[in-house]
Structures are given as structure tokens and as C-alpha cells.
Design a protein around this ligand. Structure first.
Ligand SMILES: [Zn+2]
Length: 392
């Protein structure tokens, strides 16, 4: 009997040790495997492009999934595209940290259900709080808390912006102290509400200021561009949009089915954004926006944020994203166009965040004016956020 007990305890010990070792090795391996970069740093650009880049006073990007990975954002990492030291190196003023809470297995652009999830096991292996293992709202809040913790430990170098007054204060501080940077929180896919309207308040209180109704599969709010139904907004979806806009949370239409987009425009009372998209005009795929929807975003006073990876731009070059930017400027004017990389979104991205000067270079090659380049590189995001974030 004693012997059996001893064997059981030793086995449990070995298993625990194996689990512990797996938590150290596997999360970093997954980060390296999924987040790759076509062109690796360091980057060199023409003198003209670099000089213009150096004079940009506000560089911003509307989408990045860095919080999904167990990466220490306070140190410069070899893997992935974003961390605070690289944001400071690239003089990035504001980065959206968009939270993913569930991703179906065998993810594709055409037809996914929410029946499976490939995030649960990596989440456990990342040793996240137990509350976040099987609960999607808990998962979102764990990622919000992670960003707030980076802020706390950053020695004042990094801030999480939640209101226009905080943004104002940050802007005036940044004039004196260049080596500071900031982020704000968003969510991809409002299955993160766990089906409860009141969780909008919970996520708002955790700092979230932008949310996209759907991600890769249909949920209680409506149809994803990559889901099965391709439907529009449900009654629940309408209630959520209304509540979000009452609270001055930004509605992000990325990954919405065309019908969902139409329904959002029908009921929306505030500007809407697409945080990371390509355009049908240069790359015809289901993930990209039609001219009609691009015009509606602009008419709402929103932002079209251009993504930086092959499935969104039909090419793995910086030039292909610049081409989509030019297309939008020609279609709706430069005031509604921004960057929405999708850094660290389990994709191969054109460059890491320190490669942003290459975008200036490619825009110059396309004849985009310096004034418009300033707007696209972040000027528009600054104005949009000052106007649309909650005041306090
Ligand atoms: Zn996405």
C-alpha cells in the first residue's frame, strides 16, 4: 500500500514538473512559430523618407495582438513585432492592443464555426489566471490586466490611454519627454461578452475602448465574414452597439460580414472604424472592404486602417499596403486613412514595428503628399481619438 502511494506521488511530481517545463518552453515556441516577419530588422530607407519619418509627431497603429502571447512587453524581444522598447525606437505614439479570446481550429477565411478553440491549451500553458482558462470574458480581462501591469512596471515609459483627457495630457508630456509611448485596449470578437450585455460595462471598466462584434466565426451578435451564416446584426448585437456608443466605445467593423456592416451603418450614431483591413479595390478577398463600405466608414467620420500582411493586401510587400492606402486616399480622401498592421496576429507580417519608415518610403514613391503621409501615419488617429474617446 505504502509503495503504491509512493509511486502515485512520484508520478504526480513528474507530471507537475513536465507541466512546469512545458509552460516555459511551449508559449515562446508558439509565439516564434506563429508571428513571423517577411523583412527582418534593421531597416534602411531613403534619406528623404527617414527625414520625413523623424518629423512625424504622432505615429499610430490601430491593431496588434501582442497581448495574446506570453511576451514580456517591457523588454526588447527577438520574436514577434511589438514591445515597448521597439515602440519607443520607432517613435510610435499610440498602439492599439486588440484582444483575441477564441480562435477556431483549422481557421480559414471562408467558413468557420465556433465549435472548437485553439487558444485554451496555450492559455493554460502560459500560466494565465485560472479564471481566464475557460471563460472568454475572464480571458479578455486577463489580457487587459496584463497591459495595465506593463504600464505599472514601465517606469513611466508606457501608458494605457482610456480617455481624451488622458490623451491630451500624454500629448503635452510627450512634447517634453520623447521617450514615452502609449497604447489603448480593443477586442476582436464580442463573444468576449459571454453573451451578457452587462459585460460591456465590465470590459469598459477594465479599460477596453474599442470592440469588433465578430472575429473568425459567427457569435451571438451576428455573422462574421469568415463564418457560416454571413448574417447581419441580431437583436442582441443591436443592443450591444447601442450600449457601446452610449459609453463612447469605438465600434470596429473588421471581420464583419457585408450584411453585418450594412446593419451597423443602419443603426450607428457614431463614427466607426475598421482596425485592420485590406480593400477589395487592390485585393479582392472576403476579408477586405468594398468601395461602398469604405465610403460609409469615411462618411461616418471613421478610420480605414490598412493591414500589413499578404492575405489582406494580396502581396507580402510594404508596397502592397501602400497601394491600398493610396487607393483609399483616392476614393475617400486622406482624412480617413490610417495604419492597422495586425502585428503579432499569428501571421507573417511585412515588417516589425521598427519597419514603419518603409511605409513612408513607399507612400512617397506613390506620390502621396507629405501632408497626407502625416495623416495616415498617425495624425488621423490622434484627431479621431481626441474626438471620440470618452472625455474622462
Ligand atoms: Zn483580425
Amino acid at each position: 500500500m505504502k509503495r503504491t502511494k509512493k509511486i502515485v506521488f512520484s508520478l504526480m511530481g513528474v507530471l507537475l514538473l513536465l507541466f512546469f517545463v512545458a509552460t516555459i518552453i511551449i508559449p515562446e515556441k508558439l509565439d516564434r512559430k506563429f508571428n513571423t516577419v517577411t523583412l527582418k530588422a534593421p531597416y534602411t530607407v531613403s534619406k528623404k523618407a527617414q527625414e520625413l519619418y523623424n518629423t512625424l509627431d504622432f505615429i499610430a497603429d490601430m491593431h496588434c495582438d501582442a497581448l495574446l502571447w506570453k511576451r514580456d512587453l517591457l523588454k526588447k524581444n527577438e520574436q514577434g513585432s511589438v514591445d515597448i522598447p521597439r515602440m519607443i525606437d520607432a517613435n510610435v505614439a499610440l498602439q492599439a492592443f486588440t484582444i483575441v479570446t477564441k480562435a477556431p481550429k483549422k481557421m480559414n477565411f471562408d467558413n468557420n464555426t465556433g465549435d472548437t478553440d485553439q487558444i485554451t491549451i496555450p492559455y493554460i500553458l502560459q500560466r494565465r489566471p485560472i479564471k481566464s482558462w475557460f471563460n472568454l470574458t475572464g480571458r479578455a480581462i486577463a489580457q487587459c490586466n496584463a497591459l495595465h501591469n506593463f504600464e505599472k512596471k514601465s517606469d513611466g515609459k508606457f501608458r494605457v490611454i482610456t480617455s481624451s483627457s488622458e490623451l491630451q495630457k500624454y500629448l503635452s508630456d510627450k512634447k517634453v519627454k520623447k521617450e514615452i509611448t502609449a497604447g489603448f485596449l480593443g477586442i476582436e470578437g464580442m463573444h468576449a461578452l459571454s453573451g451578457k450585455l452587462e459585460n460591456v460595462d465590465k470590459l469598459y471598466d477594465a479599460g477596453v475602448r474599442m470592440m469588433a462584434p465578430v472575429h473568425f466565426f459567427d457569435n451571438k451578435l451576428g455573422g462574421s465574414a469568415h463564418g457560416v451564416s454571413k448574417e447581419g446584426l441580431t437583436d442582441f448585437g443591436k443592443q450591444v452597439i447601442k450600449k457601446m456608443q452610449e459609453k463612447n466605445m469605438i465600434v470596429d467593423v473588421a471581420h464583419s460580414s457585408p450584411q453585418l456592416l450594412n446593419d451597423i451603418f443602419e443603426i450607428s450614431t457614431k463614427p466607426v472604424v475598421s482596425s485592420h483591413t485590406g480593400v477589395q479595390g487592390t485585393c479582392e478577398t472576403v476579408r477586405n472592404l468594398s468601395d461602398e463600405h469604405l465610403k460609409k466608414i469615411a462618411a461616418s467620420g471613421g478610420l480605414i486602417s490598412i493591414a500589413m500582411f499578404e492575405p489582406a493586401t494580396c502581396n507580402s510587400t510594404v508596397a502592397s499596403s501602400a497601394k491600398a492606402i493610396k487607393y483609399c486616399i483616392d476614393l475617400v480622401g486622406a482624412d480617413y486613412v490610417a495604419l492597422g498592421s495586425d502585428f503579432d496576429g499569428a501571421i507573417e507580417i511585412h515588417t516589425d514595428i521598427t519597419g514603419l519608415p518603409l511605409y513612408v518610403e513607399e507612400m512617397l514613391k506613390l506620390g502621396i503628399s507629405e501632408v497626407d503621409i502625416r495623416k495616415v501615419m498617425g495624425g488621423n488617429v490622434k484627431n479621431f481619438m481626441l474626438k471620440n474617446l470618452p472625455k474622462q
